[in-house]
Design a protein around this ligand. Structure first.
Ligand SMILES: [Fe+2]
Length: 196
């Protein structure tokens, strides 16, 4: 098995720091611990997909620049993500209207279709162009976001909350949740525990 590249390890370490040093609620800590313990215990298969950018990725430079206004952990995570981004396959989530499909993209860093293939953890990134609503959705795995931009998140169609740069969002299993950008691109790293 090939070992994780230093760039990917640095991204994982930076994400761990951003998650635990942010405002992570206590309820999210067991899942976060499970995710990062699994990543520390074992490298998955290093098999990067064919890299592919989408037109919305033209917003990446602005998003990376904006992340530099955050706390140190956010600056570091933004730079660590920028270093692995050229290896990623950006994809469109096939839901929502035409505006949404043209104005967002997701990429998996760790997990199926990621740089490191494994079945217990799924870590990826969402990029949302300005003034776009990422539709509310649900999924069984618990989810933790590390936020690298402005933008707002909501759960169960409740009030919009702005975690801010360096903030976190915790979605318990199957909760209805969505996000939206305002006048700058939204960039966030999500981590899911998908193991048994
Ligand atoms: Fe989600």
């Amino acid at each position: 098995m090939t070992k994780r590249s230093p760039a990917l390890q640095h991204f994982i370490d930076s994400l761990q720091q951003a998650v635990f040093e942010g405002d992570l609620p206590d309820a999210a800590k067991p899942a976060a611990t499970r995710i990062f313990d699994a990543l520390a215990a074992e490298d998955g298969r290093q098999e990067p997909p064919t890299a592919k950018r989408l037109p919305v990725c033209d917003h990446l430079p602005a998003a990376f620049e904006n992340a530099k206004a955050g706390p140190d952990r956010t600056v570091q995570l933004g730079a660590a993500f920028a270093a692995v981004e050229p290896q990623l396959t950006w994809i469109i989530k096939p839901v929502g209207d035409e505006h949404f499909r043209a104005n967002h993209a997701n990429a998996v860093v760790v997990g199926v279709d990621g740089i490191e293939q494994r079945n217990d953890v799924r870590i990826g990134v969402s990029l949302v162009a300005p003034n776009t609503h990422y539709p509310d959705h649900t999924h069984p795995p618990e989810e933790i976001y590390a936020v690298l931009s402005d933008g707002a998140w909501r759960q169960n169609e409740g009030a919009w909350r702005k975690p801010g740069l360096g903030g976190t969002v915790h979605n318990v299993p199957n909760i209805l949740h969505g996000m939206r950008s305002y006048d700058t691109p939204l960039l966030a790293v999500w981590s899911l525990w998908v193991g048994g």
